[in-house]
Design a protein around this ligand. Sequence first.
Ligand code: 1CP
Length: 349
Amino acid sequence: MAEQKILLRALAGETQAVPPIWMMRQAGRYLPEYKATRAQAGDFLSLCYNPDLAAEVTLQPIRRYGFDAAILFADILLIPQALGADLWFVTGEGPRLSTLTSQADFDKLGSVDNIHETLNPIYETVKILSRELPSETTLIGFAGAPWTVATYMIAGRGTPDQGPAHALMQENPAVFEALLARITAATIEYLSMQIDAGAEVVKIFDSWAGSLKGDTFQKYALEPCRQIAAALKERHPDVPIIGFPREAGEKYVGFAKATGVDCVALDNSVDPEWAAAHVQVDGCVQGNLASRHMVTGGQELVDDTRRIVRAFGKGAHIFNLGHGITPDADPDNVQLMIDTVRETVAAAE
Ligand code: 1CP
């Protein structure tokens, strides 16, 4: 049997001399080759739904940097669109969707059985990637977590405090919970199809988990993630799952055990030594370099990278940023990060 890929070994709990490396949003506007392919596609959604071009932009950062994992190029907002919400992107501003604030709005959503009509091109992209990726590179599929996806569906756009979603949770809990259940069911089918098409790992992005306080975190971040993980593990027991309850703070502790995910991705607000002691004790962790270093570079990038590699070096770790790389990042700083990870390990030996 071929030796297992290094990212899969980390997810299985193995401590490695050099941690596998990839980067959230590694395909994106900081890369000139991405901008060129996106221009060829026309707009962002046309790029997502064009399997050849979506595979191409997924491969670009692998060719440039040799990352240990490729993440499927798509977006978490394709699920709302597949459920019948209108979705468009306003240049320079971000996504816009039809809003969902009442039972009548909820009743207009389509059924989970019909999502694949919209999402078939995404499975096609996964198939192309599993043929074309280098044999040592792991293919990661993904979806948004139900709460994060719901925040966009309810407000119709990104919001700084997820206010409209919190309001619906208070004012109409029945509709709010029905929406979360519909997204949860759709996400299970979507990720399962990605796995059937060749995704070797899946990641669940709960970018707005941090705004769920008290028992709402348990009900609307942890529980949906547990349901998705349980359903996927039943169908695909060998496929590892990465959970990312961003800004969960102390609630990162025990998250992997409570949900059944194999790895917890950490944002950059948590201290790496603290996370090694309290989160990594349960298994693999991913993260947690601040994305701003990809813009500013220099000695601070080197120092923080070294600190993270050392803090997590005694357990299973996937080196990554704490959030996505931003369009103003300098591609040379990404190379500096990769070189620093490898040199730090060599220096410690
Ligand atoms: O063409 C462009 O540059 C548009 C920017 C862009 C990109 C590159 C968007 C719009 N989505 C993506 C791709 C994307 N989105 C990936 C691809 C794979 C990779 O990482 O390389 C992934 C995994 C996502 C996930 C995603 N989309 C999240 C979760 C992760 C996170 O960043 O917190 C979220 C919240 C979205 C929604 C979204 N899509 C795009 C934007 C600008 C946003 C955020 C909108 C907002 O909150 O205002």
